[in-house]
Design a protein around this ligand. Structure first.
Ligand SMILES: NC(=O)c1ccc[n+]([C@@H]2O[C@H](COP(=O)([O-])OP(=O)(O)OC[C@H]3O[C@@H](n4cnc5c(N)ncnc54)[C@H](O)[C@@H]3O)[C@@H](O)[C@H]2O)c1
Length: 370
């Protein structure tokens, strides 16, 4: 099979869907790997590294899209790429169809098979191709929060870990899922005093076994949340209600209770945010101030550290990509119920309920097509 890896062309996207180690493994399976010139550069992988792994470097995106049976990408195809998608071509990438009707209709019209990273789901309910990006964002939230607490960046001038004789910063983490746990671990590791809030008692019980002693675990209700936010130098928003907009847990009025120069990092901004005053920002201009409180609201935080994010993402996606190449999409999906759930559009038919519902499109049972 010919496996194609186009260069990502969405603004500020520097990740790549296949690293040289993955190319080497696919080539040793007998596949041809076609990587667009410069495709890995943003993540620190030069063309030479892919060539050394046995891949072929293609001079243009057109060549990759024209020749490849299986396209590996990171972000959804953007408008310029829509005419390049082909009938029966397999596309394995993040799609987030429900966020874009034009994209959905373009993929339907192309006749391609769209397998979406974000809906691949394990029997436990875990979304294994979203988890690594949540890990990156959670860890990065603390790094960014620490930076914006510095006076020169407009913060209150507090060092997260304090020093002997000076108390450390107070960090409140709202939500103890993948993002929140990674954030709490990082903040605690730097010596901050952390309060983590969640509504799931089971989750809090589990976290009490794995997080260090400088993390207090608190049930999330309005009273406890306000207590934590009032004390906090850094608040990290990390809640998720699956399939819904994030609840607004910190209101504009609550900002008045906080210390001036404190920092809010709302990682949940991609689902609307859990802080009332949050609106999405970009890496070029990541923060703004409301009522004396710094707001950081970058919607694609992992894009800021593409090297780490590419490696983390491809560690998770590659085993699926390898099976898609080895067995073809039908057999690979038949053999793996998790990958089966990644099927969103098959040759013009919407097969994922959330996508059909979003745009009132007919839903076809994927079992009739696989
Ligand atoms: N900005 C970015 O770049 C970026 C990157 C990755 C993930 N995210 C987003 O971060 C958010 C969190 O992702 P995750 O992977 O950690 O999700 P997750 O499902 O692992 O965790 C969410 C947690 O929120 C908890 N929760 C729900 N309601 C709550 C409440 N009222 N108070 C406190 N906790 C509550 C849940 O019990 C759960 O433990 C999501 O919106 C995700 O899309 C953003």
């Amino acid at each position: 099979m010919i496996v194609g890896v186009p260069k990502e062309i969405k603004t500020a996207e520097n990740r790549v869907a296949l690293v040289p180690a993955g190319a080497e493994s696919l080539v040793s399976d007998g596949h041809t790997v076609l990587v667009e010139q410069g495709g890995g550069l943003g993540s620190g992988f030069p063309d030479e590294a892919y060539r050394a792994a046995g891949a072929t470097i293609a001079g243009s995106a057109d060549e990759v899209w024209k020749r490849a049976d299986l396209i590996l990408k990171v972000k959804e195809p953007i408008e310029r790429e829509w005419p390049l998608m082909r009938r029966k071509q397999v596309l394995f990438t993040y799609f987030h169809f429900a966020a874009s009707e034009p994209l959905t209709r373009a993929v339907i019209a192309s006749g391609a098979i769209a397998i979406a990273y974000e809906t691949v789901q394990l029997a436990t309910g875990e979304l294994p191709l979203l988890t690594p990006m949540s890990e990156v964002a959670g860890r990065m939230a603390v790094q960014e929060g620490a930076k914006y607490l510095e006076r020169v960046h407009g913060g209150s001038g507090i060092l997260l870990g304090g020093v002997p004789g000076v108390l450390p910063a107070e960090v409140a983490v709202i939500g103890g899922g993948v993002v929140g746990t990674n954030a709490a671990k990082m903040a605690a590791g730097l010596g901050a005093h952390v309060t983590l809030l969640d509504v799931s008692l089971d989750r809090l019980r589990y976290l009490s076994d794995v997080l260090p002693a400088n993390v207090d675990l608190v049930y999330s209700n309005r009273h406890n949340l306000l207590d934590a936010v009032r004390k906090a130098d850094l608040v990290i928003g990390a809640v998720l209600l699956p399939g819904a907009k994030a609840p607004k847990l910190v209101t504009r009025a609550d900002l008045k209770l906080m210390k001036p120069g404190s920092v809010l990092v709302d990682v949940a901004v991609d689902q609307g945010g859990c802080i009332e005053t949050i609106t999405p920002t970009t890496h070029d201009n990541p923060t703004y101030v409301v009522d004396g409180i710094l707001h950081y609201a970058v919607a694609n935080m992992p894009g800021g550290v593409p090297r780490t994010s590419t490696l983390a993402l491809t560690n998770a996606t590659f085993p699926y990509a390898k099976r898609l190449a080895r067995h073809g999409w039908k057999a690979a999906c038949q053999n793996d119920p998790s990958l089966f759930l990644g099927l969103n559009v098959i040759e013009g038919h919407v097969v994922y309920p959330g996508v059909a519902e979003a745009f009132a499109l007919p839903l076809v049972d994927p079992h009739t097509l696989v």
